[in-house]
Design a protein around this ligand. Structure first.
Ligand code: 5GP
Length: 166
């Protein structure tokens, strides 16, 4: 699959665009919940604009009745990084770096909805232009920094050699 590279500067600008979109709609949040580990740096940049604490969800592979690990995103369960990450009654922004098949945002938004936040808004920095297999509840506002082509996106924090980005 063809690759598409983004620089830290491009990512920072896209997160500012996302922050502007949220501000334009007057959203107020108590916390950002981001998904490890791709969401870490976008969440940190967003914090610069929104001044919010960051909670983290780790996706953990679960085992079925036969206790076999199922190596599929669909069969992962979200777990909070910290017991203090109680979101009940809070205004929460769920953020991931990229919405590809939407499976992860589907699972994580349902996980958070079950915890009864006062408000839940879903956001991705990049929305890949592909047919989605996951769903975000239509009652949840959804924002994206920008749409991206259906290519494999390479983020700068994944590179061993940052000079690979021309
Ligand atoms: P999903 O398919 O569930 O929307 O995406 C799940 C996760 O897979 C994303 O949070 C991201 O970590 C990873 N992912 C999906 N597509 C890409 C891509 O094009 N590039 C990179 N680096 N990660 C991706």
């Amino acid at each position: 699959m063809e690759k598409l590279y983004f620089t830290y500067n491009q990512i920072h600008s896209t997160m500012k665009d996302l922050a502007d979109k949220l501000a334009k709609d007057n959203h107020k949040f108590d916390a950002i919940v981001t998904i490890a580990s791709g969401g870490f740096i976008p969440a940190r940049i967003l914090k610069t604009y929104l001044s919010l604490p960051i909670y983290v969800i780790y996706m953990s592979l679960y085992s079925d009745e036969t206790h076999q690990m199922i190596e599929s995103v669909k069969n992962q369960i979200p777990v909070f990084s910290h017991p203090d990450s109680d979101i009940t009654g809070k205004n929460i922004l769920l953020l991931d770096e990229i919405d590809d098949t939407r499976t992860t945002l589907d699972i994580c938004s349902k996980f958070l909805q079950n915890k009864k936040p006062a408000k839940l808004v879903v956001a991705s920095m990049h929305n890949k232009l592909v047919v989605k297999s996951g769903f975000i509840d239509s009652s949840l506002p959804y924002y994206t920094g920008t749409d991206v082509e259906n290519k494999w996106i390479v983020y700068p924090w994944e590179l061993l050699d940052i000079n690979e980005i021309k």
